[in-house]
Design a protein around this ligand. Structure first.
Ligand code: CMC
Length: 428
């Protein structure tokens, strides 16, 4: 008997099965042979994919217990310190750090695709002034598929590369235009002389000056935040990207689906929810009362806890350092004291210790964005921009993996047995 296998006895039938184990996993379809009748094989029941690997991947590694995050083998701490977002995006997408000429070509291609069609601008104009920018982003990135019908050629590597340039390049423009729309301000067009984060700041904040000069500390802070958010293996939005992409739709539609998944408060919307929570708490003195309520089941401590990390999220550590640098330039965010007190109390409290709930990436990122002058509803948008590189890398990996199929989970049907239609006048 192979040692890399699982022996299972079905107590309903007394039959024994040997199921191979590969890379620490059994194939769920191998369980289908375990049957009590001709039709129904055994299935696994796993809402929320708590213990189901949906793919094999070479992109991002997380050890949630140890608080480790690596892209293509490189520790996040090293990338945050030494790399740039565009270089990291290249690494995430193509598997290796670029050479100098590769990076120059990549940067050129991303820079020169940043303008959006004027009709997309008109589409943004059509939104109400207080439309949530994430709603605008989801709509406009989906709409890009109608401008680039060649995006449908998903099995053509050259076409995939073109859509990659467009998506990574245009997401900041869509995001910044959504922001300017909410302020009723004229759109600020991309400036190709600036870096990726510098240009984003230019599109957000340029007023009447001829040339916008990003503050180097803020430019660096945005770049590092983008690196930290580039990928995070099979999270909810990435799963949406892969799942929708498995229908072989174009990448713009899949990115729209992924961005929609990111919008929710349990995922990328958490940074916005953290700020709203901190404001609702109001002062350091109210923290113990708030924590008591959370423990009593009244709401959650937003920005705490993670499906994978059962230790301090390594991204949260790095963000805390950037926060200090940004506060030096922009002044200390008064909500920081409430956040620090929450962290202090929660990390000593049995409820949080027992459940291994630590601050996650969203706990401090919102404070930085707010200090930079961005409104809360822009926070998930700031998550979506850098995550686009991860979504595309995961999408491409899915498309080129011969094991992958149309995503279509099973269900366990517990509804009514067959019954006859009752005319409306005969119903009780
Ligand atoms: N505050 C209070 N209790 C919590 C929290 C929290 N933030 N998170 C989990 N718990 C409790 C939960 O009530 C449960 O307790 P019990 O066993 O007594 O029922 C236990 O911890 C396990 O929680 P769970 O909901 O089964 O765990 P999960 O893995 O499904 O949840 C999570 C992960 C991120 C949805 C959750 O921790 C949460 O809601 N956190 C707040 C929202 C948040 O910050 N989200 C951002 C995640 S990081 C960004 C990203 O990658 O998307």
């Amino acid at each position: 008997m192979a040692s890399e296998s699982l022996t299972v006895t079905d107590n309903r039938t007394g039959k024994t099965y040997e199921i191979p184990i590969k890379n620490g996993a059994i194939k769920a379809t191998d369980l289908f042979q375990i049957k009590t009748n001709e039709e129904d094989g055994l299935v696994t029941y796993d809402p929320g994919f708590m213990n189901t690997a949906s793919c094999q991947s070479k992109i991002t590694y997380i050890d949630g217990d140890k608080g480790i995050l690596r892209y293509r083998g490189y520790p996040i701490e090293q990338l945050a310190e030494k790399s740039s977002y565009l270089e990291t995006a290249y690494l995430v997408l193509f598997g290796e750090l670029p050479s100098q000429s590769q990076l120059a070509e990549w940067t050129h291609n991303i820079t020169y695709h940043s303008i959006i069609h004027e009709n997309i601008k008109k589409l943004i104009d059509g939104f109400h002034h207080d439309a949530h920018p994430m709603g605008i982003l989801v709509s406009t990135v989906g709409a890009l598929s109608t401008f680039y019908p060649d995006g449908k050629k998903i099995f053509d590597a050259k076409s995939r590369r073109d859509q990659t340039y467009r998506l990574i390049s245009k997401m900041p423009t869509l995001a910044a235009f959504a922001y300017r729309h909410s302020l009723g301000q004229p759109y600020s067009y991309p400036d190709n002389d600036l870096s990726y984060p510098g240009n984003f700041l230019n599109m957000l904040f340029k007023m009447t000056e001829i040339k916008y000069k990003p503050h180097p500390v803020l430019e660096k802070a945005v770049d590092v935040l983008f690196i930290l958010h580039a990928d995070h293996e099979q999270n909810c939005s990435t799963n949406a990207m892969r799942s929708v992409g498995s229908s072989q739709v174009d990448p713009y539609s899949s990115v729209a689906a992924a961005a929609a998944a990111l919008y929710g408060p349990l995922h990328g919307g958490a940074n916005e929810a953290v700020l709203r929570m901190l404001m609702a708490i109001g002062s350091k003195a109210n923290v113990p009362e708030f924590v008591k309520k959370v423990k009593g089941g009244e709401g959650r401590l937003m920005g705490f806890g993670h499906r994978v990390y059962k230790n301090y999220d390594p991204r949260a550590k790095i963000i805390k350092e950037i926060a200090d640098q940004v506060f030096e330039v922009k002044g200390r965010n008064p909500l920081l004291d409430i956040a620090l007190e929450l962290e202090r109390i929660a990390l000593q409290d049995d409820y949080f210790i027992k459940r291994k709930l630590y601050p996650n990436v969203d706990f401090y990122s919102g404070l930085i964005y707010q200090s930079m002058g961005l409104p809360m509803d822009m926070f998930p948008v700031l998550f979506a921009i850098p995550r686009t590189s991860g979504w595309i890398a995961q999408w491409e990996e899915m498309l080129t993996d011969p094991d992958q199929k149309l995503a279509r989970p099973k269900q366990i049907y517990l509804g009514a047995e067959t019954r006859d239609y009752v005319p409306i006048d005969k119903r009780k």
